[in-house]
Ligand binder design. Structure first.
Ligand SMILES: *Cc1c(COP(=O)(O)O)cnc(C)c1O
Length: 349
């Protein structure tokens, strides 16, 4: 089996992480906390939070069926995990990463910030995973392969067997971004991490959990890798109110809401396809639809003029002519359909 720690940068491997006052204290009955230069007057926020957010990791572990040692929690969303992944594995100016195109824009920005070349490999025409071309794009300096499934903005998931072929055949780390996995029937790859220690899975509370404002994202990896995220992160990267709130939120049952979003997605997909200026509604395993239309800029402007904003993806590779539309509430979706109808009627005059 591959030892994934061999892909860690040397300086990170040698790193002696910052040790906080709360790291060094090892239990006991304490009533006076004068170790961390905090303000002693209790206002609910005067104490530093748990730097390792143990309770949060335990709750996430129970939720996902994985031990806490496999979990990294980011307090700036999974975008934080993406940036840390480049910092842990890629030597600036020397190493590179391979990603699919089109995909999530943050990969390119995080690569550029870290001075890492991102090699983009176009999806197959049916948006499936170009397994052999991805492998061919690698060289001995390729440390990461980034796969988003379900993919943003194409909305489809890739076959698990295709992703696992990459994990098995690539001499490096494969990162699978599962931000939209809760809307998909394909399921998560978290259960494959033990069998494939070079696999890292990213998830987030921003989409299905409805907590985009809270900024909590996760990386799941074998303990030897998850531990390194814990060393490289900012010491108190998940703040106290966020730790408290996420523990409260994890108690909610989100199944009914996800089911509603999925059924609205299917309704929208069917209805949108009936308009003559809609050329294609792509299959979606996510909470958005990629829709190909005759005049994307025109339709985009019309929607904006009526107070509805969608994402114009028509200038993205392989997405020519498309708008990306998030599934809204039933009322919002009906308003969208009404505006599509009006747009069609205006065009006929
Ligand atoms: C929305 C999204 C995320 C989530 O990012 P957060 O920083 O956790 O809000 C991650 N990856 C992809 C592909 C996304 O579309």
């Amino acid at each position: 089996m591959i030892d994934p720690t061999k892909f860690i940068r040397d300086n990170i491997r040698r790193l002696v992480p910052y040790s906080t006052a709360r790291d060094e204290f090892k239990g006991g009955e304490i009533s006076v906390w004068i170790d961390a230069n905090e303000n002693p007057y209790d206002n609910g926020l005067n104490r530093y939070p748990d730097p390792r957010h143990k309770a949060v990791k335990q709750a996430i572990g129970r939720l996902k069926g994985i031990a806490p040692e496999y979990i990294f929690v980011g307090g700036a969303g999974s975008d934080e995990a993406i940036d840390l992944t480049f910092r842990i594995f890629c030597e600036p100016g020397k190493d590179n990463a391979v990603a699919i195109a089109p995909s999530y824009g943050v990969y390119g920005v995080a690569a550029a910030i870290n001075d890492v070349e991102l090699r983009q490999v176009q999806l197959c025409d049916d948006f499936s995973l170009p397994v052999s071309r991805l492998l061919k794009a690698t060289d001995r300096h390729t440390k990461l392969m980034l796969i988003c499934s379900p993919n943003n903005p194409t909305a489809n998931s890739f076959h698990k067997s295709d992703i696992l072929k990459l994990v098995e055949d690539f001499e490096g780390i494969v990162v699978v971004d599962e931000a939209y996995v809760d809307f998909s029937d394909e399921g998560s790859l978290i259960g494959e991490i033990d069998r494939h220690p070079n696999l890292i899975v990213l998830q987030t509370f921003s989409k299905a959990w409805g907590l985009a404002s809270l900024r909590v994202g996760m990386a799941f990896a074998v303990p030897a890798i998850a531990e390194v995220y814990g060393m490289v992160k900012y010491p108190y990267n998940v703040n106290g109110p966020t730790q408290k709130e996420i523990l409260r939120q994890i108690g909610r049952d989100i199944h009914a809401q996800i089911d509603e979003i999925k059924s609205e997605r299917e309704m929208l997909s069917t209805e949108l396809a009936t308009f003559p200026f809609v050329r294609k509604v792509f299959h979606s395993d996510a909470n958005f639809l990629l829709v190909k239309v005759d005049k994307p800029d025109d339709l985009y402007d019309f929607l904006v003029a009526h107070g509805v904003i969608v994402r114009n993806r028509s200038r993205m590779i392989m997405c020519e002519g498309t708008l990306r539309i998030t599934v809204g509430t039933p009322e919002e979706n009906r308003l969208l359909l009404k505006l599509f109808k009006r747009y069609g009627d205006v065009g006929k005059q």
